[in-house]
Write a new protein. Structure first.
Ligand SMILES: Cc1cc2nc3c(=O)[nH]c(=O)nc-3n(C[C@H](O)[C@H](O)[C@H](O)COP(=O)(O)O)c2cc1C
Length: 204
């Protein structure tokens, strides 16, 4: 009799466990879908703000090329390159760049360049920098990131790819020089990589 009660309790406990695991899995899936959807929206927004929608005739988000994990771009995981075309001709590529050594952690950027290696735009996709200090790299906090538009590896000269405080041409923030310094360094390093390996970005 006692054994029967114990085995029935065990069965109920097992069943409860299965139900809980099922519910957790379900919630995880819905949450994961939500995260994927919002990341997709953020990507779309960032892409459209650096490569205007009316400048290309293709669907950039779905015109991709694999970008394997890449030390020069600070990418620990495989990612994608998004290409902008007109009449089938690729004229720009947007790709992720991570500055691993931000003040509070990695800073993830989206960088778009044309075939000549000129920057079409940069957007900060995620970061952990301090509100009121390093977070002015975000385009909704300031237009700091817009100063890279039109720049390329030799414009300004390689030695000038620094904040003004270090003798370069880019603005720093009052009381926060570290964040801009490392963003500038990551962008310049990415431009050097793109110059050395244009095929990675522009081959079919
Ligand atoms: C709590 C705290 C948070 C800070 N956050 C940042 C930050 O996010 N980005 C940054 O560049 N500097 C930040 N700073 C300031 C840096 O420590 C440093 O003083 C500043 O970047 C100037 O660096 P420099 O003397 O090398 O030019 C922070 C300082 C404190 C005390």
């Amino acid at each position: 009799m006692k054994a029967k009660v114990i085995s029935r309790s065990g069965l109920l406990l097992g069943l409860a466990g299965v139900i809980v695991i099922g519910l957790v899995t379900l919630v995880y899936h819905f949450t994961y879908d939500d995260i994927e959807r919002s990341e997709y929206q953020a990507l779309l927004l960032a892409l459209n703000s650096i490569i205007p929608e009316d400048s290309h005739d293709n669907d950039i988000v779905n015109d991709t090329r694999d970008l394997p994990a890449n030390k020069e771009l600070g990418l620990k995981k495989d990612s994608l390159i998004y290409r902008a075309r007109n009449n089938g001709e690729i004229f720009a590529a947007a790709f992720p760049v991570t500055a691993p050594d931000g003040y509070n952690g990695p800073i993830k950027l989206l960088l778009a360049i044309d075939r000549q290696g000129r920057i079409l735009g940069v957007r900060v996709v995620s970061h952990l920098e301090t509100p009121g200090l390093g977070d002015r790299i975000e385009s909704r906090r300031s237009n700091w990131v817009d100063q890279f538009r039109g720049k390329s590896i030799d414009n300004p000269s390689r030695d000038d790819w620094k904040v003004k405080k270090d003798g370069g041409v880019f603005d720093q923030f009052t009381g926060a020089t570290i964040t801009p310094r490392i963003v500038i360094k990551a962008i310049h390093k990415a431009l050097m990589y793109a110059e050395a390996q244009p095929g990675v970005f522009f081959d079919e």
